[in-house]
Design a protein. Structure first.
Length: 133
């Protein structure tokens, strides 16, 4: 049911200024088996990870909190480090669900996928403990 309102109305929106409140981050690098974790930033809206991996193979990153909660991977965007060389490492930016406010460390596990058709068709390629401050 709609009721028309007489007169003129003005809507006012207030946008907060950019802030670092609630932002926790880690800046590396950490390297393991050819995988380099450059950074991880946890904001109130999402977690953003910068990861470099060898060009060959398929990988799947996972981020877990201190209590073992798996953060949902929202999306990833990647490109070759050297755009003129298809064999160069791949640099990925991944976005995950937000890290809970009270979580001070996360674990980043990078899996090498060896067989998509098998439930155990992956192996741990690298694992990093990441302190957030």
């Amino acid at each position: 049911d709609e009721t028309p309102l007489e007169g003129d109305y003005t809507l006012t929106f207030t946008m907060p200024a950019p802030s670092t409140e609630g932002v926790r981050s880690y800046t590396g690098p950490q390297e393991q088996n050819g995988v380099t974790l450059h950074s991880l930033t946890a904001t109130p809206a999402a977690a953003k990870m910068d990861l470099q991996v060898p060009a060959e193979g398929d990988i799947q990153p996972k981020v877990t909190t201190e209590d073992g909660t798996l953060l949902k991977l929202e999306r990833g965007e990647g490109t070759h480090v050297d755009e003129n060389d298809s064999n160069s490492d791949y640099r990925w930016t991944y976005y995950f669900d937000t890290v809970p406010e009270d979580c001070r460390n996360v674990t980043v596990t990078v899996y090498n996928i060896v067989d998509y058709d098998k439930p155990d068709g992956y192996e741990v390629l690298a694992e990093f403990t990441v302190p957030l401050s």
